[in-house]
Ligand binder design. Structure first.
Ligand code: NAP
Length: 254
């Protein structure tokens, strides 16, 4: 297992699902972890799990749609732990499911605001700090397979996730020589509360249909995404930047 001892990792949306799994994985490998989320209860549980495992973590209540909040999130990370090495910009929502002609405009804007503008706000706040560090840093953004293909009734979500890939690639070009690598993961459908809220609870017909779209005929686990995120942060991935890494059980191989 790669060691991240003395490193500091920040994870947004770490109070649940993929974010919590990533926070635990960073902590298992020795990093101090900043758990950033709007969900206080879930985040406190993540911090407790990290501390129970002998790790170090703090919760910073953060709404990623607010640029002042993301600035303050990074400032708190640095005040508390002295630096910021890795950031996993993961917070996201599923949003309304409706065809474009029936989509509520405010709901559409809300999905873009959290899933795309939120990632921009986080990167804007994180980059300055990482560029100033001699050791640089690594940013991983959470896109989706729906950042590469569409999905009927999820236009806002898919548009936001496509946008995250454009943002990732542009920032990677801007930072090629600053010592900051920037990549994205594109998970297939992962077994988390977000999926259950989208009508794909365990045993449902909708879920079986979704499972069958993956070559492996199953959903992924949050831990499988967390493993890809920490690999992208590790020096083993030192020549990887601007990449949109599919972690999707073959969803996009069809
Ligand atoms: P999840 O279990 O619902 O976790 C998302 C976390 O983000 C929740 O704690 C949520 O808080 C928080 N959050 C929501 N809005 C926020 C905001 N404005 N600021 C800060 N935190 C906020 O979902 P997940 O499935 O782990 O998803 C995590 C990421 O993976 C998302 O970006 C999602 O699009 C992406 N993803 C998921 C899948 C999948 O199949 N699950 C597939 C591909 C990509 P609340 O619960 O209070 O809203």
């Amino acid at each position: 297992m790669v060691s991240f001892s003395d490193a500091v990792a920040l994870v947004t949306g770490a109070g649940s699902g993929i974010g919590r799994a990533a926070a635990l994985e960073f902590a298992d490998r020795g990093a101090s972890v900043v758990v950033a989320d709007v969900d206080t209860e879930g985040s406190e549980e993540t911090v407790a799990q990290i501390e129970d495992g002998g790790g170090d973590a703090i919760f910073v209540e953060t709404d990623v749609t607010d640029p002042e909040a993301t600035d303050s999130m990074v400032e708190t990370a640095v005040d508390e732990f002295g630096r910021l090495d890795y950031a996993f910009n993961n917070a996201g929502i599923g949003g309304e499911q409706a065809t474009v002609d029936r989509y509520d405009p405010d709901e559409w804007r809300a999905v873009i605001d959290v899933n795309l503008v939120g990632v921009f706000n986080c990167m804007r706040s994180e980059l300055g700090r990482m560029q100033d560090q001699e050791e640089g840093g690594v940013i991983v953004n959470n896109s989706s397979v729906l950042g590469k293909v569409g999905f009927a009734t999820s236009s806002g979500y898919s548009a936001a996730k496509h946008g995250v890939l454009g943002l990732t690639k542009s920032a990677a070009l801007e930072n090629g020589e600053t010592g900051v690598r920037i990549n994205a993961v594109c998970p297939g459908f992962i077994d988390t509360p977000l999926l259950a809220e989208g009508g794909m609870s365990s045993g449902s017909e909708a879920r079986e249909q979704i499972e069958s779209r993956h070559a492996m005929n199953r959903l992924g686990t949050p831990e499988e995404i967390a493993n890809a995120v920490v690999w992208l942060c590790d020096d083993d991935a030192s020549f990887v930047t601007g990449e949109a890494l599919g972690v999707d059980g073959g969803y996009l191989s069809q």
